[in-house]
Every structure is written in C-alpha cells, then in structure tokens.
Design a protein around this ligand. Structure first.
Ligand code: ADP
Ligand code: MG
Length: 338
C-alpha cells in the first residue's frame, strides 16, 4: 500500500467531522472519495496533505508515519477546485514553481516544464498568463504544476467541478490517462457519482464523517450494503420485504445480521425488464411515465400498488397507459440496510 490511514478522527468544536477512517491507496491506484456536501471529504484530504491536524489515528506513506511532517515536506501534488494559479506568473512559471523553490536550475526546469505542458496538451501556452486561459486550461496547468515535483501522492479536491460538462468529460479522461501513465497513487474527492464511477479503481463512499462502503465501482453499484450507497450510486427501486415477496416469489436470503424490519430489496432499473414477448406468468404492469434519454428510456411502470423504475431500449415502442409484461429474476435483487 502506498497510503495507509488507520482510525483517523477529527471533530470541530465537539462536532464529529471524521469518525474512525480506515483507508488504503495502492501504489498506482486511483481512489475516489465520494459523498454529499459536508460529509468530510475535504477535511480528510486536508489532513492527509498536512494542512490540518487530526485528533487521532495514523497516516503513513510507503510505511513511513507522516505524523508531524509539515505539508511542504510531504512531497504531495495537490489540486483544488479553484484553479489557484499565481495570476502574475506565466503558465510556464506556474508549472515550474515547485522545481524553482526546490533549487533546480534553468535548463532542467525548462525541459521538465515543456514535458509537463505537452502532457496536459498546452505546449503552445507556456508564455500566457492564467487570466488568458479558459477554466479547463487553467485546471490543466494546475494538474501539470502538481505533477512537476514527481509527487509521491496526488491529492485532488473536486478538481473538475467548476468546469462545464463537455470540458469536464475530456479532462476526466485525460487526467486518468496521465495518472495511469505515471502510476502515481491518487486520491480524488468528488460529489459526482458518475465521475467517481468513470474514473476510480476504488470508490470510498462517505456519509456524515464515516466510510459507508468501499470497493470497485461495479461492486458498489451492484452490491450496495446500505440504502445510502444504493441511492447515492444511481437509481434504484427499494422495496420492503412484504412488497418484494409479492413481486418475486423467490427472494435472495437476507444477509447475516440484517433483520427483515431493517431490510429493503434494491432493484436497479435495468434489472426490471420490460418484455413485449414475455415468458408465461410474467407480471403485467402499466406504464405511468416515460423519460426519453437517447439510447434508453427510463420508464415507470405500476404493478398492483407497486411502482417500479425500469429501463428499456429506446427502440422498444412504449406508450403511457400501455400494459407491458415485466420480468425480474430472483438474482436481480440485493438486500440493503434501510
Ligand atoms: P465536504 O468536503 O465533504 O463537503 P468538509 O470536509 O468541508 O465536507 O466538512 C465536513 C464538516 O466539517 C462540515 O460539517 C463542515 O461544516 C465542518 N468543517 C469543515 N472545516 C471546518 C473548520 N475549519 N471549522 C469548523 N468546522 C469545519
Ligand atoms: Mg469539500
């Protein structure tokens, strides 16, 4: 493990902001800290960066305890949401800043800066000032600047949140490409589930200062353990056991330690299949809403008193009020804690 955090906690004036955080980042792993606003993501990142002290717990990098080591001596690359470039310095000087304060010489810096600018596709922009760049370009400069010193860990706090959708999509891909090619362990904070799913090797889902669940994006999506994770990681149908039983004669067994009163069956919409040519015994549901999303349509369908969110290919002709056979397999549901 590159980064290892154990039992970290932090309160502000008696208010718990982080509670018993255990977290690992592997040597070339990209980990996303995902959670709603106020759940403690920035606090955790700032403590790792050495910009704030924890109340207790340990952080080590490559087996070395970081306690007491000031931020500037940790050798981490950090990028925040606001571009935080030096406005009076050229792009090249911004990128080379960390090298200069570490006492490196002229030509070595020029060469490294050119390399980094090429990496973030800004070769031609070295002599511009930050104010002459778009938001996306400024954030590329901030990423290049963070990478200049060969950081042993890259920390990113919502680096793409201020950008518009198209630029954000490009930068997600580029950032991941750069991180992969350099193999730097990376911890990125985001509140955007789609961003986390797209970029992360591992998602750490946080809720109110605690880690609710962590795992590969697919694992969190397919097998959430709590209602919070199910809700936060996309759309779902959450059914109490009595309803679930009526819908699905065969239910998956309740996980150990989860009482029926606390359980909800999570069914992702793509598992609720609308089938024009349904097998015998299919449930007959009525279409109550259709949302066209391009390649798919998101459909609400009611069976008895149960309204279900389903997904169908856009090529399936559907109309409001239509009756459509619906098929769910026993293995499609997951029990989560309410
Ligand atoms: P996130 O980044 O997930 O939105 P933060 O880490 O910024 O969340 O905040 C977590 C909680 O800690 C919030 O309730 C916030 O108000 C509180 N908090 C963060 N920084 C401070 C601070 N310097 N002083 C007091 N409370 C703080
Ligand atoms: Mg934050």
């Amino acid at each position: 493990m590159a980064l290892q955090i154990r039992n970290l906690h932090k309160s502000f004036d008696g208010q718990v902001a982080l509670e018993r955080i255990d977290l690992d980042v592997g040597s070339s792993e990209f980990v996303c800290l995902l959670g709603p606003s106020g759940c403690g993501k920035t606090t955790l990142l700032r403590i790792i960066a050495g910009l704030m002290a924890a109340d207790g717990g340990s952080i080590s990098l490559q087996g070395r305890d970081l306690a007491g080591l000031p931020a500037r001596d940790r050798g981490f690359g950090i990028v925040f949401q606001s571009y935080s470039l030096f406005p009076h310095m050229t792009v090249a000087d911004n990128v080379g800043y960390g090298l200069r304060i570490r006492g490196q010489g002229g030509t070595a810096i020029t060469q490294r800066v050119n390399e980094l600018l090429a990496m973030v596709k800004l070769q031609a922009f070295g002599q511009r000032y930050p104010g002459e760049l778009s938001g996306g370009q400024q954030q590329r400069v901030a990423i290049a600047r963070a990478l200049a010193v060969n950081p042993s860990l890259l920390l990113l706090d919502e680096p793409l949140s201020a950008l518009d959708a198209r630029v954000r999509a490009d930068l997600r891909r580029e950032l991941r490409e750069v991180q992969r090619s350099l193999g730097i362990p990376t911890l990125m904070v985001t509140h955007d589930q789609e961003e986390a799913m797209q970029m992360a090797d591992t998602i750490v889902c946080m809720n109110q200062g605690r880690i609710e669940q962590q795992g590969a994006p697919q694992a969190l999506y397919e097998a959430p353990r709590t209602r919070f994770v199910a809700d936060f990681m996309g759309h779902s149908n959450l059914l109490p056991p009595a309803q679930a039983q009526r819908l699905l004669p065969q239910l998956p067994p309740l996980p150990e330690g989860l009482a029926a009163e606390q359980a909800l069956l999570c069914l992702r919409p793509e598992r609720v299949r609308l089938q024009p040519e349904a097998p015998a015994g299919a449930l007959q549901a009525m279409v109550t809403d259709i949302g066209f999303l391009g390649s798919i349509q998101r459909v609400r369908a009611r069976w008895q008193d149960i309204e279900l969110l389903a997904e169908a290919s856009s090529t399936l002709p559907l109309a409001l009020g239509q009756t459509v056979p619906l098929h769910i397999a026993a293995a499609d549901g997951r029990w989560v804690k309410a």
